[in-house]
Design a protein around this ligand. Structure first.
Ligand SMILES: NC(=O)C1=CN([C@@H]2O[C@H](COP(=O)(O)OP(=O)(O)OC[C@H]3O[C@@H](n4cnc5c(N)ncnc54)[C@H](OP(=O)(O)O)[C@@H]3O)[C@@H](O)[C@H]2O)C=CC1
Ligand SMILES: O=C(O)CCC(=O)C(=O)O
Ligand SMILES: [Mg+2]
Length: 732
């Protein structure tokens, strides 16, 4: 199964998948596509409201079911995890294309509107990955990728000890400070309820099942303490002349983090929000959607100019704001999904700890990460760079990751158990007998959150960690903080389950995240490799942080999810769908997306297929692809960032050339060698013509008839512009 997703990876698929299908056809392998794009998911979920010819099946649900079976072999490309602004833009485009979808009701009044909002909620945020990730995560940079980075190092901004850049976090009132955690002994249920100070009670979540051995946590972010903290940090950034920036995960943490993001907008523009409180309330301004929502809602109203001037004045009076796009005046506070912590913090660290200011110049930055649970990892990386200078990609070692992820583990599965409180009181989590498992005091505006992690995924994760340690002989470090309630419960389990494995001769440690960061960085500068074994959030953070520092981008990661029931989910790279790349593609028809992640995922997918179905040809294809990928890296055929040079499409040509060459030269399967020898000859003979055909189309604007649901024919035409190359592929 090959997924059709969004933005740059979706564009790349229109060039790459026809090649893959052609190369594998004679080996009895068919690639079926599943559309899990944002547009596809919207249409699938509203199919009952659409005419028959517009209905599409729920491909995500089908893949989710498949992921629990041993037959699963899924190549999953990155997809949009939509924020509300992205969702509403997609709805608008689909409506304009004639799909009779309802508008997104941000404040539903009728029952019908509530139902519509609930359906859209299924599409919102990180709605795909948790469904498919029926296993834990194994992400690492293959040796060939590391060797490439050592030979062709990416740029790294210098670090000096006088950098003012730093991370700012709360000292109390955050999730970290309030966490409580228990391990469940016997199967039971849990109910989350609120007891008001006035005695009123309300069920927040009805009785839901709990398995034996499950760890559950609860914690609270105090809204008043958060806002006081933000105000203090805004003032401090202004006083010290650094850029103010906020780094959250509003996509994956789709309930809590937009609320936290909204608090930043409200505090930064406090005077404007006070002065125009009535207007904003009438217009339905929703700060969870960022400053951009204010601009959108005042557009065309009587007070537009006046409010815009007030916002401008507030920006001028405050500290310099980190910019997403200084040319267009888009700040860090405009859209909650523009700055996403896993990608944004490593990018900042790679750029000397700086972000972009309104002049388009880089500047020292205060990175505000309110909750302390994981923020220390970034501060200790910054401290390390300040003390030792920038890391050196030509000599540095590697940090791979084994991440606890299955069955919606930990924070990333907490959305149905996250609530913003509207009154003072206590939130209680009670079991099936009515015994209170945990309770938390809350005030209006506070965010209550409960997380779960099941026992079977934990056992599987420990096993995966031991296997990786055995396979590599590298130390494996469990990044767990015994001072944190959840981690303390997890440590007990890790210590127990490690005994199920032969760990003789292995170096397995448990270190708190800050110590683990320093330990790993001290090794990395000596060229040594370390395995990070982490929970779900640090899995996400570290698999962008280390790859971006080590190899320039997490697109070059091998990202395997061994599914717990025996199937394989092969993610491509460890990053996202690169909206900036689509911008460049539409303005100058150059796609700088690097498909190396797809090449690596395809290799392991074919290998898995050969093992599960005894398909010997699949193994030959996989081995030849490995050889091709290495040659591709050695010859530096990755896409360039600049127009009129080799781009994504040209990189696919070179991979094909080397893949055909390796297939022609191998001796394990004479049939494949005979098929691919003439293909290789033709490609080699036409190399100059093909590359010219691929490059000469660049430099002009490219319209493919849509962003979220582009025209399929136009996209194929755009992504396959070389008739010479197409003829060779299509003849296979
Ligand atoms: N697995 C998944 O499905 C994931 C999905 N997402 C989603 O992706 C979208 C964008 O997220 P964002 O945080 O901006 O992160 P991205 O990883 O999409 O982008 C950050 C930057 O990383 C570089 N990059 C990423 N992938 C590649 C690649 N294959 N080739 C070359 N460069 C690459 C680009 O840098 P440059 O422009 O400098 O070349 C890009 O602009 C969001 O909608 C988010 O929800 C995010 C993470 C994972
Ligand atoms: O699902 C998402 O929104 C992002 C996933 C992600 O960032 C990751 O797995 O690294
Ligand atoms: Mg990530």
């Amino acid at each position: 199964m090959y997924t059709i997703t969004d933005e740059a990876p979706m564009l790349a698929t229109h060039s790459f998948l026809p090649i893959v299908q052609a190369f594998t056809k004679s080996s009895g392998i068919t690639f079926e596509t599943k559309d899990i794009s944002l547009a596809g998911r919207i249409l699938a979920n509203f199919s009952d409201m659409l005419p028959a010819d517009q209905q599409i099946p729920d491909a995500l649900a089908e893949l989710g079911a498949l992921a629990t079976t041993p037959e699963a072999n899924i190549i999953k490309l990155p997809n949009i995890s939509a924020s509300v602004p992205q969702l509403t833009a997609a709805i608008k485009e689909l409506q304009a294309k004639g799909f009779a979808l309802p508008d997104y009701p941000s404040e539903p009044k009728t029952e019908e509107e509530k139902a519509i909002k609930a359906t859209y909620a299924k599409v919102l945020g990180s709605a795909v990955n948790p469904v498919l990730r029926e296993g834990n995560s194994d992400r690492r940079a293959p040796k060939a990728v590391k060797n490439y980075a050592k030979a062709h190092p990416h740029s790294m901004g210098a670090w000096t000890s006088d950098s003012q850049s730093h991370v700012a976090s709360m000292s109390e009132g955050d999730f970290y400070g309030s966490e409580k955690s228990v391990t469940i002994a016997e199967p039971t249920t849990f109910t989350i309820s609120f007891e008001g100070k006035d005695g009123a009670t309300k069920v927040l979540k009805d009785a839901s099942p709990l398995e034996a051995g499950e760890i559950i946590d609860s914690s609270v972010m105090s809204m008043s303490k958060l806002k006081a903290f933000i105000a203090k940090e805004v003032a401090d950034a202004k006083a010290s002349g650094v850029l103010f920036s906020v780094h959250l995960k509003a996509t994956m943490m789709k309930v809590s983090d937009p609320l936290i993001f909204g608090a930043f907008v409200e505090v930064f523009f406090k005077d404007v929000f006070e002065k125009y409180a009535d207007t904003f309330s009438t217009l339905g301004v929703d700060t969870k959607n960022g400053l951009g929502d204010v601009y959108a809602k005042i557009d065309g109203t009587e007070k537009q100019a006046e409010i815009e001037a007030a916002l401008e004045a507030a920006i001028a009076a405050g500290p310099d704001l980190a910019m997403v796009n200084s040319d267009k005046g888009i700040t860090n506070l405009h859209v909650p999904s523009d700055v996403i912590i896993d990608a944004s913090m490593p990018a900042m660290i790679r750029t000397s700890g700086q972000m972009w200011n309104k002049e388009g110049k880089s500047q020292d930055t205060k990175a505000v990460i309110p909750d302390r649970s994981y923020a220390g990892v970034y501060q200790s990386t910054i401290d390390f760079c300040k003390a030792n200078g920038a890391l050196d990609p030509t000599t540095m070692g590697s940090v791979s990751n084994v991440g606890l992820m299955a069955k919606k583990a930990e924070e990333y599965g907490s959305h149905d158990k996250t609530f913003q409180m509207d009154a003072e009181g206590t939130v209680k989590v009670t079991d099936g007998n009515g015994t209170v498992l945990m309770e938390q005091a809350v005030a209006p505006g506070d965010i209550f959150r409960m997380c779960q992690v099941k026992d079977a995924p934990i056992q599987d994760w420990v096993k995966l960690a031991v296997n990786r340690a055995r396979a590599t002989d590298n130390p494996a470090v469990f990044w767990l903080d015994k001072e944190r309630a959840h981690d303390a419960q997890l440590i007990t389990k890790v210590e127990t389950y490690l005994k199920d494995h032969d760990t003789t001769g292995l170096d397995i440690k448990i270190l708190a995240p800050i110590e683990a960061t320093t330990f790993s960085l001290e090794r990395i500068v000596k060229g040594l490799d370390t395995i990070s074994v982490t929970g779900n959030v640090l899995r996400d953070y570290l698999t962008d942080l280390f790859p971006i520092l080590e190899v320039g981008t997490s697109a070059k990661m091998l990202s395997i999810v061994p599914l717990m029931n025996g199937g394989g989910l092969f993610e491509t790279g460890a990053g996202g769908s690169a909206p900036k790349h689509v911008d460049q593609f539409t303005t100058e028809n150059h796609l700088r997306w690097d498909s190396l992640g797809e090449f690596l995922a395809l290799g392991v997918s074919l290998e898995h297929l050969s093992e599960t179905y005894g398909n010997a040809k699949a193994k030959v294809l996989a081995e030849a692809l490995d050889v091709a990928t290495e040659k591709f890296l050695e010859n530096d055929k990755s896409p360039s960032r600049k127009v009129n040079e080799l781009d994504n499409r040209g990189s696919h040509f070179y991979l094909s050339l080397y893949w055909a060459e390796a297939l022609a030269n191998q001796t394990a399967d004479a049939e494949l060698a005979a098929t691919f020898a003439p293909v290789y000859e033709k490609m080699l003979a036409e190399e100059t013509v093909i590359v010219e055909e691929l490059n000469k189309v660049q430099g002009k604007a490219m319209d493919i008839g849509g962003y979220y649901k582009p025209d399929v024919e136009a996209t194929y035409a755009a992504m396959r512009p070389s008739s010479t190359f197409n003829a060779i592929i299509d003849a296979l």
